[in-house]
Every structure is written in C-alpha cells, then in structure tokens.
Design a protein around this ligand. Structure first.
Ligand code: TEU
Length: 546
C-alpha cells in the first residue's frame, strides 16, 4: 500500500485566499500575478499543492464564492492567460494548483440565473430550485440560510421563490437536473484539461438536498451524484479532490473517500472546530478552550480512517479564526505555540493544510467598530443580532473571536506600510502587528516558524511512518497535554505537546516512552520521552525511535 500510495498523501497543502495574498497592481486587492510572484515562498516551504480559493468571474458578494462565469477569471484577479501562467509556473516548482469548485450555487448574476428568472418556461429555469409560495402566501417552508434569514427569496416577475442556502445573491443550483450536471462536468473537464491538479469542492455535502423534505446536508442523491461526477471527470486522472463537508460523520467520510468509493480523495470536515463552538449560539458566542474535547474528536477521526479513507488536517481556513489565536497564545508564546500547533497537526495521519499566514503565526485582528468588517456573513449576522437586541460589545466579542475576517486580513510579507501586500489602499485593514509579524522577519530567523513548517513538509515526504503509521492516543483525559504515537512496522514516532503557557510535568505512559531523535521540536535538547518529564510552555516534541 505504501509503495503505491497517491502523491497527495505525501503532500503538504497550502490554501491561498487570493483577495488577501499579494496585490501586484496597487488596487488593494490580491491577484494572480501577485500569487505567481510568491511561488518561490511556497516552493521553499515544500508545498505539494495549493488550494486556490475562487478566482472566477464574480460580483464578489461573497468574495468569489458567488460565481458568474465558471470559465473566466475576475478582472481584479487577472485573466485566463494569468491563470495558465500560474498553473505552469507552479508546476515547474512541483506544485499543483487545485481550483475551488463552487457548484452548490452560482451567483445570481450568472447567465444561467439571468435566463432562469426571465420566465417559468425558460430552458434554464430548471437549473435552479423554484417553488410556489405557500398556500397562504409567504415562503414555501421555513428553511433558513447559513448566512441568516430565510433560505427562500421571492422573484416578483415570475411569482415563485428560489432557494439560496447562503446569501440571496447565491441561488442554489438544481442538481436534480441532468443537463445542469452535464454542464458542470463539462466545465470541470475544461479546467482539468487546462492542467489543474484537482478541485476543492465547496459545501459539496449539500448537492443531494431535498428541500421539500427539509433535508439539506447528506441528501439521498449526494453519493450517486458524486460517483457520476467522478466517472464523468476525475476517473483516470491523477488529481486530488477535497470535499468540504460540515455534516460528514466518520462513517460518511468512508463513503466519500474510501478506496473503493470512486468519489473523492478526502473530505474537509469540521468536527474538531465545531466542538469548540457554543451548543446554542454556535460560533458567535466564544466558549472556553477544551483540550480534552478537542483531542477526543481528533482521535475519533484518526482511528476511524486508519484503514481506509483519508483525513484532511487543518486548524484554520478562510472561514475560521487564526490558529495561534484560537488554540495557542498570540502574545508572549506566539512563536513556540505556533510551532507546537504545527507539530501536533502535521504528525497526524492525513494531508495537512497550511492556511496563508499560518506559517508566520499570523493572529486574529481586533476590530472595534462594525465599519471595519467586510464579510457578508458577519454583516448579515450583525443586522440580525442587533435587531434581536444583542449589544455591540457582545457582537464584537463573537465576531473578533470567530468571525471570518480574522483570516482575511492581508498576508504580512514585510514591515512596510501595508505589509508588502499592496502599494495602494487594502480592501480590508492590514493587522497593525505586521511591523513585527511578517515573512521577511520570520524567514531571517533560522529558528523561525517557516523553518519549522519546511521541516515538517520534508519529514512527511521522507517518512512512511508519518504518512501511513497507525495512531494511538495517550493521556486522553489530561487537560493540558496532548500525546500520541504513530507506528508502522518497526518505526515509531512519539509526540507530546503542552497546550498551556505553564510548565507541566507528567509521567510518560509506557507505550509513548521512546528514545531516539527529535525530528520536530520547538525547544532544544530533548531526545527521549521517559519517566517524568517537564514540558515547558507550549513545548512540543516529536521523537523518532532509534
Ligand atoms: O463555507 C461553507 C459554510 O457553511 C460557511 O458558511 C460556514 O458555515 C461558516 O463560514 C462558518 O464559519 C463555504 C465557503 O468556505 C465559504 O467561504 C462560503 O461563504 C460558503 O461556502 C458559500 O459558498
């Protein structure tokens, strides 16, 4: 199995949010030429493939997750020629470009939807989900949008409601229509023929929905559609596919990513993230960090996908807060805790995803006024929460702790005015801490966070035990430490990490005990785990048995 394992199991992935990565022309918005100018940074990190958030033509209601033309590039990001150049330049550095495929919905400005809303008998009408008003008037049912408010909007002209599980500018596509499905597969093949290395599939667990029955995620047609898609597009191509699936269970993940499933390479699921959200108010209400709960979920997934299927490993993405602010310490112990999080995550089994800026320990931003936020989800919730009487202070606490703009402040390249992101006015504020937290400064430090990530990517390529070893957790009820071992044949890696800013002493459990070589560490001088150990603040060590 290890010999014939697919390339993406040895790869480290990197997510780029193009709007916030690098601006080449001074309009304050990141773009494709900007990305090309930074490919050496990714090559140096040892990245195998990039998940590129959407760059397609879009009115940008949701920063590109609302696509108006699947076969063109948004002018603020560049041109198709730029995209071809990005694919080629990345490939020359051994990096694949994975496109974000947003096909649960399109933009309301897509030609399909413009046509569809013309008349009830327009040939494109059935590309979207239309329903008559309820018998007494009003929406067909009480389905709610993920961005707040009803999931149905009324179309005056044709007298019906259309479904949108996100913003009203993001009408849901009707996957029940075989012509729509064919049009999507053709478009996917068009990109694959252009040389993309695969797709990250946005909210793919929603495409099999049955809105009349109130079934949204994991609908009855989900897996049949994915198998059909696979046969029509992916089959026989050596590409990677990552399905975003908030609803996935461990059992479900095997349906998507099992060897025989014929669907996707892996799912990108959020059980470990949601575990940290408030039961009632979700992410908008901060909840104290619970390491035991976090470990329980991580372990559950490591164990369930040990024999078959494949995990995505991540702390953060463009929808989530910054890892070091959420799970580490973004003050005094920022650098060591960023490295600790990297070691703990990358030593697990799966494909690790670095979200842009994580490799330099970028932090959440603290906004003090609603005018500073840009995200459509946050702005919608602000309206709803304000109407419901939530105080500005409580709103800000929630938005600053879990809001999506945290991940979207510009990439911090250097200490200059706008962090080297743009020569113009950035579309969202640069974090003031860029004066000290930036790529140039971190890179200049041989002990920097970048160096730590580079090392981890190299180890993943080099060590079969890191890619394919099984996973055994230790100290599962310990509230401050995380511990696990990976084993393959005679090889073993033992990982022990302190999630607090205090020194913690612990007795090393028998199975974890090891002596050998520290292959990933954030403090010098530990080459064994034995007897009683004292872990320094946020210390993490991975030891390869010798
Ligand atoms: O996100 C899916 C999604 O459900 C998010 O709205 C999520 O609930 C929220 O952000 C929690 O933090 C995907 C994309 O990743 C996101 O950027 C898009 O806005 C969304 O789909 C719609 O395309």
């Amino acid at each position: 199995m290890t010999d014939h394992a697919p390339w993406w199991q040895a790869a480290t992935a990197y997510q780029i949010y193009p709007r916030s990565f690098c601006d080449s022309d001074g309009d304050g918005i990141g773009d494709i030429p900007g990305i090309i100018s930074k490919l050496d940074h990714l090559a140096d990190l040892g990245i195998g493939f990039v998940w590129l958030s959407p760059v397609y033509a879009s009115p940008m209601a949701d920063n590109g997750y609302d696509i108006s033309d699947y076969r063109d590039i948004a002018p603020e990001f560049g041109t198709l020629a730029d995209m071809d150049r990005l694919i080629a330049e990345a490939k020359a550095r051994g990096i694949g470009i994975v496109m974000d495929l947003v096909v649960n919905h399109s933009s309301d400005e897509h030609e399909w939807f413009r046509q569809a809303r013309e008349s009830r008998d327009n040939p494109y009408r059935d590309y979207y989900v239309w329903r008559d008003p309820a018998p007494g008037g009003g929406a067909p049912n009480d389905l709610q949008s993920n961005f707040g408010g009803p999931a149905w909007s009324y179309d005056e002209r044709t007298g019906q409601y259309y479904l949108h599980l996100f913003d009203r500018k993001q009408p849901d596509l009707n996957w029940q229509n075989p012509e729509l499905r064919r049009a999507i597969y053709d478009m996917m093949n068009w990109w694959l023929d252009r040389g993309v290395a695969g797709f990250r599939m946005d909210v793919i667990d929603l495409i099999g929905k049955d809105p009349d029955a109130g079934i949204i995620a994991d609908g009855p047609d989900l897996h049949p559609f994915l198998r059909e898609m696979h046969d029509a597009t992916l089959k026989g191509r050596d590409v990677v596919t990552v399905g975003e699936a908030w609803s996935a269970t461990t059992e479900g993940a095997l349906k998507y990513s099992g060897r025989e499933a014929g669907e996707l390479s892996m799912v990108f699921q959020f059980a470990h993230i949601v575990q940290g959200w408030d039961e009632k108010h979700g992410k908008w209400k901060p909840k104290p960090f619970d390491l035991v709960g976090l470990k329980r979920v991580l372990t559950e997934w490591q164990v369930a996908l040990a024999q078959d299927g494949w995990n995505s490993l991540f702390w953060s993405n463009h929808d989530l807060p910054r890892a070091v602010s959420k799970y580490g310490d973004d003050g005094r112990f920022r650098v060591v805790s960023a490295k600790m999080l990297a070691t703990v995550l990358h030593m697990m089994k799966g494909t690790p995803y670095i979200y842009q800026g994580e490799e330099i320990g970028m932090t959440n931003i603290r906004f003090t006024d609603i005018s500073q936020f840009r995200d459509i989800e946050t702005l919608n919730f602000h309206r709803i929460q304000t109407a419901a009487g939530v105080t500005p202070g409580d709103f800000l606490a929630g938005a600053n702790s879990n809001g999506r703009d945290n991940a979207r402040t510009p990439m911090q390249w250097d200490a200059s005015d706008q962090a080297g992101f743009t020569t113009g006015e950035p579309w969202i504020e640069v974090n003031p801490n860029h004066a000290t937290i930036n790529v140039a400064a971190d890179r200049a430090d041989p002990d920097g966070i970048i160096a730590h990530y580079r090392e981890l990517a190299g180890l993943r390529r080099a060590l079969p035990v890191m890619r394919h070893g099984d996973y055994t957790p230790y100290l599962e009820d310990h509230p401050k430490l995380m511990a696990y071992a990976r084993r393959l044949d005679d090889a073993q890696i033992s990982v022990l990490a302190n999630f607090t800013g205090e020194t913690v002493s612990a007795d090393v459990p028998e199975g974890l005990a090891v002596s050998g070589r520290a292959i990933s560490a954030n403090y010098p001088g530990r080459d064994a785990l034995k007897g009683t150990v004292e872990l320094r603040p946020y210390e993490a060590v991975a030891i390869l048995a010798e």
